[in-house]
Design a protein around this ligand. Structure first.
Ligand SMILES: Cc1ncc(COP(=O)(O)O)c(C=O)c1O
Length: 417
C-alpha cells in the first residue's frame, strides 16, 4: 500500500484542520465573490448556440444547494454504513458533509498539483480493502474539465459509481460537451455561476437511476424568504461599489498596511465526527425555489461565458510577471468557462493577510479534513480562489488586480510563511 493512502486509511474518523480568522477582524469583502443581479448581469431568454447548461436534456432535480444534491447522489449509490465514499483530499466541508450525514466512512484520495486524481496511488489503496467504497467523487475544480472518461473506466474496473462534481462547472459546449457525460450522477451549483440565490442540481445519466423520492416543494414562506434574501444581497452589493478613487488609493493603503502588525488567525484541529455548520439536515430533501429555477432558465449564457473568460484571462495576464504567486493552471482551454481564478501564493502569512485586510474577496479552503496528500496540505493555505464572474465591473477588476500586484511587489515576505 502506498504511504499516502496508508496514512489516510489510519484516519478512520476524520481530523479537520481549521483556521479561525476571528482575531483578524477582516473587513467585509469590497467586491462580491459570486455573481449578483446588476446592470452587467444579463437576463435573456435567447438561446445560446454554443453553450448549454450541464445535464441539459437529462433527467434532473433541483435542490437548494449542491451539497443536498450530493446527499441524494451518495444515497442512491449506496453510500452509507455499508459502503464508503472516496473523495478528493482537496475539498470543502460541504463535499464530505452529505456522506457524514449518511454515516459513511470517507476516504480521501491524493491529487496531483493540477488537482487530477492520482489513480496509481488510489489503485494501490483499493487493493488493500476488503470492502470497496461505493462511489468516487470527481471534482471539476474551478470549471476545468477532468479526464472523466479515464476515471469512469477506473471506477468500472473497481466496482464503484462515479459521481461528477460540477459545482464549479455549469457550462458545456453544445457540440462537444465534456462535463457530466460519464458520472452515474452529476451535481451542479447554479447559484455559484448564475445570479440566483440558491440551486443544487442533481442529474442522472439514466432516468431509471432516480429513486422515487422527489425533493419537497418549499412552502410560500420559504419562497418569500429566498426572494427577500436576493433583494437584500442586491442592496449590499450596491453599497460596496468600487470607484477609480479606490484604485488610486491602493498604493497608500499598502504603505499604511506595511506599518501595522496584523493580528493572526488561529490554526487548530477538531475530530468532531459531525457535519459542518454549513450543512442543514432539514434541507436535505428540499427543492430549490421557483425564483431560482426561473433565473437559471433565463440568465444569459453568452454574457456569462464571455465575461468569465475575459476576466479570467485578464487575471492571468496581470499575475504572469508578478513575484511570489502563480496561476494554478498554465492556460485556459477553449470551451472552458471558469468559476474563479485560482492563484497559488508563496507567502500566505504575509500576502493572504494583507489582501484580506484590504477587503479583497477571497475564498480559501482552510477548513479541511487532514490527509497526507501534499497537494491538499499545501493548497489549504496557499491556494486563493479569486472572483472572475460576469457581474464584475471593469473598475472592480482593476481594483482587485492592482491590489494583488501591489501586495505581491510591496508587502515584504518572511521566509517562514
Ligand atoms: C467543489 C465543490 N463541490 C460541492 C460543493 C457543494 O456545493 P454547494 O455550495 O452548492 O452546496 C462545493 C461548495 O463550495 C464545492 O466547492
Amino acid at each position: 500500500m502506498s504511504k499516502v493512502m496508508q496514512a489516510v486509511q489510519r484516519k478512520a474518523s476524520l481530523t479537520y484542520s481549521l483556521f479561525d480568522p476571528a482575531p483578524c477582524n477582516f473587513p467585509v469583502s469590497r467586491v462580491s465573490l459570486l455573481p449578483c443581479m446588476n446592470g452587467r448581469t444579463s437576463i435573456s431568454a435567447a438561446k445560446n448556440a454554443d453553450f448549454e447548461l450541464v445535464g441539459r436534456n437529462r433527467a434532473s432535480r433541483l435542490y437548494t444547494r449542491g451539497r443536498y444534491a450530493l446527499y441524494e447522489a451518495y444515497r442512491l449509490c449506496g453510500v452509507g454504513p455499508e459502503g464508503g465514499l472516496l473523495a478528493p483530499a482537496y475539498h470543502c466541508r460541504t463535499m464530505l458533509d452529505p456522506a457524514i450525514s449518511l454515516d459513511a466512512k470517507v476516504s480521501l484520495y491524493p491529487l496531483s498539483p493540477s488537482l487530477a486524481p492520482d489513480l496509481t496511488k488510489i489503485e494501490d489503496y483499493l487493493s488493500t480493502l476488503q470492502q470497496r467504497p461505493r462511489a468516487m467523487l470527481l471534482t471539476h475544480y474551478f470549471g476545468f474539465p477532468q479526464d472523466a472518461a479515464t476515471v469512469k473506466a477506473f471506477c468500472d474496473r473497481h466496482g464503484m459509481a462515479l459521481i461528477e462534481d460540477c459545482s464549479h462547472a455549469l457550462f458545456n459546449l453544445s457540440e462537444a460537451p465534456q462535463l457530466g457525460q460519464h458520472g452515474r450522477y452529476t451535481i451542479a451549483s447554479p447559484y455559484k455561476l448564475l445570479p440566483c440565490e440558491e440551486g443544487g442540481l442533481l442529474i442522472a445519466a439514466d432516468d431509471q437511476d432516480f429513486g422515487a423520492r422527489h425533493p419537497q416543494r418549499p412552502g410560500i414562506g420559504r419562497e418569500m424568504k429566498t426572494f427577500a434574501t436576493a433583494l437584500t444581497r442586491i442592496g449590499h452589493d450596491r453599497k460596496r461599489r468600487i470607484t477609480q478613487a479606490d484604485v488610486d488609493l491602493l498604493p497608500e493603503a499598502v504603505t499604511s498596511l506595511n506599518r501595522r502588525t496584523l493580528a493572526r488567525g488561529i490554526e487548530h484541529s477538531s475530530r468532531k465526527p459531525q457535519v459542518s455548520d454549513l450543512y442543514v439536515r432539514a434541507e436535505e430533501s428540499l427543492a430549490g425555489s421557483i425564483a431560482s429555477k426561473l433565473l437559471i432558465k433565463i440568465s444569459s449564457l453568452p454574457q456569462a461565458v464571455a465575461k468569465r473568460r475575459e476576466n479570467y484571462l485578464a487575471w492571468h495576464r496581470n499575475v504572469q510577471d508578478l513575484p511570489h504567486c502563480q496561476p494554478l493552471f498554465a492556460a485556459l482551454p477553449d470551451g472552458c468557462v471558469p468559476y474563479m481564478f485560482p492563484l497559488v501564493i508563496d507567502f500566505p502569512q504575509d500576502h493572504f493577510y494583507a489582501l484580506k485586510t484590504m477587503g479583497m474577496p477571497i475564498w480559501r479552503w482552510d477548513d479541511m479534513a487532514w490527509s497526507s496528500c501534499s497537494t491538499a496540505q499545501n493548497y489549504r493555505q496557499h491556494l486563493l480562489h479569486l472572483p472572475c464572474h460576469q457581474s464584475l465591473s471593469e473598475v472592480e477588476m482593476r481594483w482587485m488586480m492592482s491590489a494583488v500586484a501591489l501586495v505581491m511587489t510591496r508587502v515584504p515576505q518572511r521566509r517562514n510563511s
